[in-house]
Design a protein around this ligand. Structure first.
Ligand SMILES: Nc1ncnc2c1ncn2[C@@H]1O[C@H](COP(=O)(O)OP(=O)(O)O)[C@@H](O)[C@H]1O
Ligand SMILES: [Mg+2]
Length: 463
């Protein structure tokens, strides 16, 4: 389906040597709107951060003399720097003549703006640094930009709102769709309403969510669509609409920006509700097959994950994961890894041995596969190279299983570690996850390899 909306015309542009910002009527209306709490929800790349950031900048620029401390809060400091300092279209770069970025000195990482009423400081605060967060929001901050609000932990949101109310401060919050029962919606953002003129921009499925709360005139809601980003061409938008199967998880998250289909931290919210089972309560007679995935580390660690599926591939049970510390791989010492593999399988052999159909091993390491096959005590299992499906497919499968409550975690220590690892996996903003030496990816990969043999059955299962 092609875009069903008209493209709003450009009403104004501002430019400097490096970039141009285009304003539609809606963007200009955002700049004029004086509501205290401004909420921008919608699709990735729909211009929420650019427009919200510029609107916040204008408020800061015009703020009275005694208001001189502000903050940008987001899930982590690195991505805030990428979004604001490195992005040529951010308020910081478009108003570079009056902005300066400082890494250190009083207040730490911050942008200083020269305004008619003096220097205004905007602190960059990532929630990955809880100490800094507490220190900064304890100051008299008069306005906040909250980036990626749907993946900021709830404890931070609670504290932020305490400060907002206490300091009589304002807020510009941007987010992709999160999960419907997140505190940020139920306690705050569902109270927001669009201006009458933009009611029609808000999809029916979002109206249903907003209507769960009584409107509060202090909250303004804006829904942003691809059509609201003037730098996306009609062809690109058509391609986005046509690029995913309607009804699929990706269509719901990326194209519709429907709550419940989360982007950002790829699994964290979904994992909060993941079902758990005590290993001794798992009914072995209902299980159909078991699989092991092995992600073999080069310089990083090696992880084994054992999963089992019930007949019909209706549910998959995470039995256990085991991590081999990196000191062994540094010496390319497979003997130790194989020893630990045998211990890992040995402890489950009595209950699951007859079900184990296949072991899938990271295909980038054929040498290890042969070593394992020849030296393990468990030689009658089939050892295969992973196919290594596209990352996007692997992400969607795990999200789908979690969303449908079909991934069940046992109470083993290894399952708990796998959950912790998956909670940390971050979206790269496109179709993948951030991989650069991230230790959680070893866990995630080993799970993917274990699921590989039944991926098709799992993803096409009719419920
Ligand atoms: N009004 C605009 N003028 C110029 N470029 C824009 C505008 N809106 C968005 N962009 C471009 O599109 C990119 C994505 O927009 P952004 O605001 O970061 O999306 P979102 O926050 O909705 O995911 C920006 O980095 C910028 O390059
Ligand atoms: Mg953004």
């Amino acid at each position: 389906m092609a875009s069903i909306y008209d493209r709003p015309p450009i009403k104004k542009t501002i430019e400097n040597d490096e970039s141009v910002i285009y304003f539609t009527e809606k963007h200009l209306d955002v700049l004029k709107d004086t509501t205290r709490f401004q909420i921008f929800e919608g699709k990735t790349g729909s211009s929420k951060s650019i427009v919200g950031g510029i609107a916040a900048f204008h408020r800061i620029f015009k703020s009275p003399k005694e208001e001189n401390q502000f903050a940008v809060v987001g899930p982590d400091t690195d991505s805030l720097e990428r979004m604001i300092v490195d992005n040529k279209s951010s308020f910081y770069n478009i108003y570079k003549k009056v902005c300066i970025h400082k890494h250190s000195g009083t207040g730490g990482n911050r942008i200083e703006i020269s305004t008619p009423t003096g220097i205004k400081k905007i602190y960059l605060v990532g929630c990955d640094n809880q100490g800094r967060f507490k220190k900064i929001i304890g100051q008299n901050i008069k306005g906040f930009i909250l980036e990626e609000a749907h993946i900021v932990p709830e404890s931070f949101i609670g504290e932020l709102f305490t400060r907002l109310y206490r300091n009589n401060a304002w807020l510009y919050a941007t987010m992709n769709a999160g999960l419907p029962d997140q505190l940020i919606y139920t306690a705050y953002f569902n109270k927001a309403r669009p201006a009458t003129k933009y009611e029609k921009d808000v999809p029916e499925y979002i109206w249903e969510e907003l209507n769960r709360s009584k409107p509060d005139p202090n909250f303004r809601y804006w829904f942003f669509r691809f059509e609201d980003n003037p730098t996306l061409s009609d062809a690109q938008i058509t391609e986005l609409w046509g690029g995913h199967v309607p009804g699929s998880f990706e269509y719901n998250s990326k194209i519709l920006a429907r709550r419940g289909y989360v982007e950002g931290l790829l699994y964290a919210r979904l994992l909060e509700k993941a079902p758990e089972i005590r290993l001794e309560d798992l009914k072995k007679e209902n299980l159909d097959a078991a699989y092991i995935g092995i992600d073999i580390g080069h310089t990083d660690k090696t992880v084994f994950t054992l999963v089992a599926a019930n007949s019909d591939a209706e549910k998959v049970y995470i039995i256990d994961s085991h991590e081999v510390k990196s000191k062994y791989e540094d010496q390319q010492d497979y003997t130790e890894i194989i020893k630990q593999y045998d211990e890992f399988v040995g402890q489950y052999w009595k209950d699951f041995g007859h079900l184990i159909m296949q072991v899938r091993i990271d295909r980038s390491n054929p040498l290890f596969k042969n070593q394992l096959r020849n030296n393990t005590r468990y030689r009658n299992i089939s050892y295969q190279d992973s196919k290594s499906d596209k990352i996007a497919l692997r992400i969607t499968l795990k999200q789908q299983l979690l969303f449908q409550n079909r991934m069940v975690f046992s109470n083993t220590h290894g399952s708990a570690k796998l959950i912790q690892a998956l909670k940390r996996v971050r979206s790269d903003g496109k179709d993948g996850h951030i991989d650069e030496d991230a230790p959680e990816i070893d866990y995630s990969d080993s799970l993917d390899y274990a699921l590989e043999p039944i991926t098709f059955r799992l993803s096409t299962k009719k419920l």
